[in-house]
Ligand binder design. Structure first.
Ligand code: ACG
Length: 480
């Protein structure tokens, strides 16, 4: 299944207030359908005051800037008519300080006080977040709360079992509206504070216990609900969760793909497949690898590649010819740019989707000015639809290939190898087989036809008698 990560605020504006909305997505479902998308992962749509939506005020309502529940129901219906699944992002590790639960807790309501984690005499108020030295204890009125993701987002206290039921209700609410699954935000953070010793500490076993219960609850309501997890960590940590979720975002592999191309080094992809992707497809792990380049927390692909479109094209060739589910971050299909200096400030990789050459037109979102994606720079759907060689048309062709060869999703990789220019491998299921070559370098190379009789080239190449002359940043798919 090919997924599209969609930021509502930046996508399409149906009511001319400059902010993307749910009706806007419904209006653009045909764009997504034509692109070949089979599922959309919506970044948080619940009521929130933050631009990104990850600090929730009300878990049972949509963000008023994005519309009303009826708009969401319509979106789901229309998406389903087009065979597009809708997966919702659910950030339940924390709430907004404006959430009624937190406000009641601050007022001293016993029930809600226990929904959060408060400082006591053992607390070191200067304790820092381990990956970037941000503070994690914040004062609100006269109390200090634990907030791993900043001063507006107090962590929920999952020591409290009552809260587990509350969260189940949240899942039920959205399942009843027809969503096809969830992206579980910050899945490794549910238990990341050791209350006894008042110290930050991941408790992976307890996270697993929590998610097991939630997943079984969700699957009881809808056995087909798709559960996608976000665990951004090293392969050693990610491994602990293998098999728990239907789809796991493969963060380690995202770096391998980008580094392969950035450093023009085919060995990196071989290593990445062996050390991360292959774990999912040798029968050891029940989860599917969610393959992607970047997401809303990261620098955009074209920026990583210094705006070299050919490098983006070969990256998509790789993404669409590997087992697992490919995820495309909105705007990457037209090569949008965006840099992140600080993970606490991610607006720059989430600029308005560029529909028009001039930067203006119906539905164009304008909630922020574009620093990275100026008009008349060929970064727009309008310009790229007209040009056969554009990144957009390249991505469309690849997704269309991917859908014709859907079996790749569950295939096994064999004969993985590399030479100075290329990475090659065979993808196989019981009834199917193709061989793939990716030329990672800018220069031409030769690929032997061997026993294969049909050749699909993504990029440029010339078919000769015994071999294919494959241009730089191009791939060939060989079939018997
Ligand atoms: C999710 C969302 C994000 C959101 C939140 C909070 C969580 O996607 O948009 O923030 O609701 C950590 C968390 C992730 C979190 C990101 C932003 N993402 O684990 O759940 O922060 C290291 C750490 C990771 C860390 C990452 C961030 O280990 O835990 O992610 O750094 O840079 C190698 C290492 C790996 C290392 C990476 C990167 O791969 O193996 O361990 O990861 O390198 O160095 C949103 C907003 C925020 C706001 C918040 C409330 O975006 O601004 O504060 O909401």
């Amino acid at each position: 299944m090919v997924f599209y990560e969609l930021f509502v605020r930046s996508f399409y504006d149906s009511n001319n207030d400059g902010i993307g909305d749910l009706k806007g997505i419904t209006m653009k479902l045909d764009y997504l359908k034509e692109l070949g998308v089979e599922g959309i992962w919506l970044l948080p749509i619940m009521q929130s005051a933050a631009f990104h939506g990850y600090t929730i005020i009300d878990f049972y309502n949509v963000n008023p800037s994005y519309g009303i529940i009826e708009d969401f129901k319509e979106l789901i219906q229309e998406a389903h008519k087009r065979d597009i699944k809708v997966v919702l992002d659910v950030p339940i590790n924390h709430t907004s300080v404006k959430c009624e639960w937190f406000q009641r807790a601050i007022e001293g309501d016993e029930k809600y006080k226990d929904y959060y984690v408060w400082a006591n005499e053992k607390t070191d108020l200067t304790e820092k977040r381990h990956w970037d030295d941000s503070l994690i204890w914040f004062k609100y009125k006269d109390k200090y709360f634990y907030g791993l993701f900043g001063s507006s987002s107090p962590d929920l206290n999952f020591e409290n079992k009552e809260l587990w039921n509350e969260i189940k209700n949240v899942f039920k609410f959205w399942l009843n509206l027809g969503v096809d699954g969830f992206r579980l935000d910050a899945a490794k953070h549910i238990f990341d504070y050791d209350i006894e010793n008042m110290k930050f500490k991941y408790q992976h076993d307890r996270n697993i216990e929590f998610w097991k219960e939630m997943i079984s609850y969700i699957k009881n309501i809808n056995p087909n609900a798709l559960i996608i997890s976000e665990i951004w960590d090293s392969p050693e940590v990610v491994k602990k969760y293998h098999g728990l979720f239907d789809v796991e975002f493969n963060f380690p592999f995202s770096y391998f793909i980008k580094d392969t191309i950035r450093y023009h080094d085919p060995r990196i992809l071989v290593q990445g497949i062996e050390e991360t992707l292959n774990h999912y497809i040798t029968g050891k792990v029940e989860s599917i690898s969610g393959n992607f380049f970047t997401n809303h927390d990261m620098e955009r692909l074209m920026t990583t590649f210094d705006e070299n479109e050919d490098m983006a094209k070969i990256a998509f060739n790789i993404l669409m010819t590997l087992p697992g589910y490919p995820f495309v971050f909105y705007g990457d299909e037209i090569g949008m740019r965006g840099k992140i200096i600080d993970v606490n400030y991610t607006e720059d990789s989430q600029e308005p989707m560029q529909w028009y050459e001039s930067g203006f037109g119906p539905g164009q979102t304008e909630w922020k000015g574009c620093k990275f994606n100026p008009p008349y720079s060929f970064i727009s759907v309008e310009e790229q639809e007209k040009n056969n060689n554009s990144l957009l048309n390249h991505v469309k062709k690849l997704i269309s290939f991917r859908k014709d060869y859907k079996w790749i999703e569950n295939s096994i990789i064999s004969n993985l190898s590399n030479d100075r220019f290329t990475v090659s491998y065979i993808l196989k299921t019981k009834d199917n087989e193709i061989k793939v070559y990716h030329n990672i370098k800018p220069q031409k190379t030769k690929v032997m036809k061997e026993k294969y009789k049909s050749y699909k080239i993504y990029g440029q190449g010339i078919i000769k008698d015994d071999y294919i002359e494959l241009d730089g940043y191009s791939s060939v798919i060989l079939e018997k």
